[in-house]
Ligand binder design. Structure first.
Ligand code: FAD
Length: 288
């Protein structure tokens, strides 16, 4: 009764792409349950918005954050807050980022507006310092709690070698909770900034997808190319394998038209790599 909830489930249910075979899913609500879940090989699942999970499923346990790791405490800490900087209580790593941003907008708290439209959980967004050219997860981070089989520690961003789209947190070290560092603003101003970041997404497809397929490559001379433009120039927009398709709206997105398999997506990734003359590095993670 006090243990983690353990179920064999298809991971297609937990990924934005909607593909992925079965695994043993451990939903944990407190540190005792998390420690038990980490006692055998595991992976930590967030919002599933950057993942292509194999049709065969996974051997490892998949840990999902629930309970106290999915709770939101936006009460300001009077010890840590100043007029310029508002520091919240602990927000769970398993809290979905879009709902959290809506709450912050209503309260008129800024700093995380640049991450609007990213369908991650807070912990997943922090783990890879997700963001846009309007801002990134670390802009609004005061401190965080990280759990691993070696124990639990609390760190600040200064303790981490974080950089562009990278927190420096080792793989499978779990961001369980974070305290947010926010800027006092007004609901109107926060909304304005979110609208600006949102407008930049207008051309993105509406179907199920794990976001951009490839990173924008840099040529040896330093020139940066657009992966979407390269794929478009190879005339691959609209190409289809099974029920997966290269989005007609934006060539760097592969979408699930309904019932696609991971194999369909892999076939499209291989097609792109065989037709684009420049080496393309994958943006999403493949599980396993
Ligand atoms: P998952 O996809 O579940 O996992 C990704 C990785 O994070 C895995 O290695 C996982 O183990 C790890 N992880 C997840 N949770 C935790 C945790 N609590 N602690 C430690 N590690 C964890 N990304 C951007 O940066 N900018 C964008 O503008 C953007 N736009 C997107 C738009 C769409 C429509 C989609 C589908 C994706 C987009 N992404 C974007 C990609 C994706 O949202 C980010 O990579 C995000 O950080 C993934 O977070 P997640 O919680 O979904 O993690």
């Amino acid at each position: 009764e006090t243990g983690a909830r353990v179920e064999r489930l298809p991971l297609s249910r937990f990924t934005t792409l909607g593909v992925g075979g079965e695994a043993e899913v451990w939903t944990v609500g407190n540190h005792a349950q998390l420690r038990e879940a980490m006692s055998a090989p595991y992976r930590i699942l967030g919002g599933g918005s950057n993942l292509v999970v194999a049709d065969e499923g996974l051997m490892e346990r998949v840990i999902r954050l629930g309970g106290e790791f999915a709770a939101t405490d936006l009460e300001l800490d009077p010890q840590l807050s100043t007029p310029e900087q508002l520091i919240t209580g602990w927000v769970g790593g398993g809290v979905p980022l879009p709902g959290l941003l809506r709450k912050l907008q209503r309260l008129g708290y800024g700093n995380l507006e640049g991450t609007v439209g990213i369908p991650a959980q807070l912990g997943g967004a922090i783990w890879m310092n997700a963001g846009t050219r309007f801002g990134e997860a670390f802009d609004g981070l005061h401190s965080l709690e990280i759990a691993s089989p070696e124990g639990t520690r609390t760190v600040t961003p200064l303790d981490l070698p974080w950089s562009y789209r990278d927190s420096g947190i080792p793989r499978n070290h779990i961001v369980t909770r974070a305290r947010l560092k926010l800027r006092p603003s007004t609901p109107e101003l926060v909304q304005e900034k979110m609208d600006a970041a949102d407008t930049a997404r207008k051309g993105q497809p509406k179907n199920r997808t794990p976001g951009c397929a490839f990173k924008n490559p840099t040529l040896p001379g330093g020139e940066r190319l657009g992966a979407g433009k390269l794929i478009d120039e190879a005339r691959l927009k609209g190409s289809r394998v099974g029920n997966a398709m290269i989005a007609p709206e934006h060539a760097n997105f592969i979408v699930n038209l309904g019932g696609a398999s991971a194999a369909d997506v892999h076939a499209l990734l291989a097609l792109i790599r065989s037709r684009v003359g420049v080496h393309l590095e994958l943006e999403y993670e493949l599980w396993p």
